[in-house]
Design a protein. Structure first.
Ligand code: SF4
Ligand code: SF4
Length: 383
């Protein structure tokens, strides 16, 4: 006997997708060309056709906690081949943004990122926090002087720690809560649809799956299957590796300071310094390539959310390299000023990590691991 299915559309959700993506969801007539065109869509869980009908019906619970929207790497192949110009790739991109908004709390933070008129506040707020901390503690020295330009004389390491350690802990907590709810919702939805057996997540097996998937994620293997935007793999990898290696560089300098009692500035031929410089250049070059590719792809929907991260990555790299250039040129006022601006971009990157597009690194990794985790316990291939 076939059980009747009750569809309860969330009209606000439909309106939100349409306004965020600028697309008409009614264009899709369910031909499934997109699911056939998508080379990374899996046989047991094809997408994005089903996401298109779920979006048109306003089935929020089947989309926001849906790992399939994160398997998509936004190559645009499906959008190019869609006979109705319904732009399924862009709809999935919008759903990912809505998923980040759903899981990274508080929701008020997202309002800062959905309104370009609030952009100045994303720098005014960090400037106010950094200046207040620096002046209240008395650690910030606005006229460092001396023969050499040493940033620690202007902005000492304890002050950086006082600002960035609590910030990083807060961001980790936001992600922890978001991932916990995301996993719970994915499980609940799959169990309700009969795709997986109900029951708690086997954390050990999930973490093993996550670790085994990491090499493929790091190597951007899925990007190789795309044809429309294949070149994006290089630029995307350049930016991703720059962020990772710059985080490693920061860790290495902390290690040098506390364990080896070694203070900067370091020689340009120091291996860690070389890595920092190469990463800084790769960050600028990768960001510029991504911007060029986005601009060239006029058919792709590019929102403020997408541009914000690219701009942030680009200026983080530029201010970092300029800071060093001014230091080497011994123009102290320019070096210290640029260092402060660079700190603002770094603060912005860390503090707002769960709310910007960069959060997709975390949610996509979790979703891919969850997909592979559930593959072994599928009950039914149908959605
Ligand atoms: S989005 Fe386009 S290709 Fe996909 S099912 Fe709808 S009409 Fe067909
Ligand atoms: S944008 Fe690319 S990866 Fe995403 S669903 Fe379409 S074809 Fe698949």
């Amino acid at each position: 006997m076939t059980l009747p299915v009750l569809i309860e559309p969330d009209l606000d959700f439909i309106a939100q997708i349409s306004s965020d993506s600028g697309l008409n969801l009614k264009k899709c007539y369910q031909c499934a060309t997109c699911s056939v065109a998508c080379t990374i869509s899996h046989d047991d869980r094809p997408f994005p056709r089903k996401e298109m009908i779920h979006a048109a019906w306003g089935l929020k619970d089947r989309l926001i906690a849906n790992p399939d929207i994160w398997l998509c790497h936004n190559c645009g192949d499906c959008s190019t081949l869609c006979p109705r110009d319904a732009r399924p790739g862009d709809v999935l991109n919008t759903l990912r943004k809505m998923s980040i908004k759903e899981y990274s709390k508080p929701a008020a933070m997202h309002r800062l990122f959905n309104d370009r008129r609030k952009l100045p506040w994303l720098f005014i707020l960090p400037a106010m926090i950094i200046m207040t901390m620096g002046l209240v503690t008395g650690l910030m020295n606005l006229s460092p002087g001396g023969d050499r330009i040493v940033f620690a004389h202007f902005f000492p390491v304890p002050l950086i720690e006082m600002i960035f350690i609590p910030l990083s802990l807060g961001v980790t907590l936001v992600f922890f809560q978001g991932i916990r709810r995301f996993l719970k919702d994915m499980q609940a939805t799959d169990a309700r649809l009969g795709k997986t057996a109900p029951g708690p997540l086997d954390l050990k097996r999930f973490l093993i799956t996550l670790i085994t998937q990491l090499p493929a994620i790091i190597k951007h293997e899925q990007f190789s299957f795309c044809s429309e935007n294949k070149g994006r793999k290089i630029s995307h990898m350049m930016v991703a590796f720059s962020f990772t290696s710059l985080a490693f560089v920061a860790g290495a300098f902390v290690f040098a300071l506390y364990v080896l009692n070694s203070h900067g500035p370091y020689d340009q031929i120091n291996p860690v310094k070389i890595l920092a410089n190469v990463s800084g250049i790769a960050l600028i070059a990768g960001s510029l390539l991504l911007i060029r590719e986005r601009r060239a792809n006029a058919r792709q929907t590019n929102g403020y959310f997408d541009w914000y991260l690219l701009g942030l990555a680009l200026f983080l790299g530029i201010t970092g390299m300029l800071t060093q250039t001014f230091r080497l040129a011994e123009i102290s006022w320019a070096a210290y000023s640029m260092y402060f601006i660079h700190l603002l971009f770094a603060f912005n990157l860390v503090a707002f990590l769960p709310y910007t597009k960069l959060a997709h690194l975390v949610y996509r990794t979790v979703a891919i691991a969850y997909y592979h985790y559930t593959k072994k316990e599928k009950l039914s291939p149908h959605s």
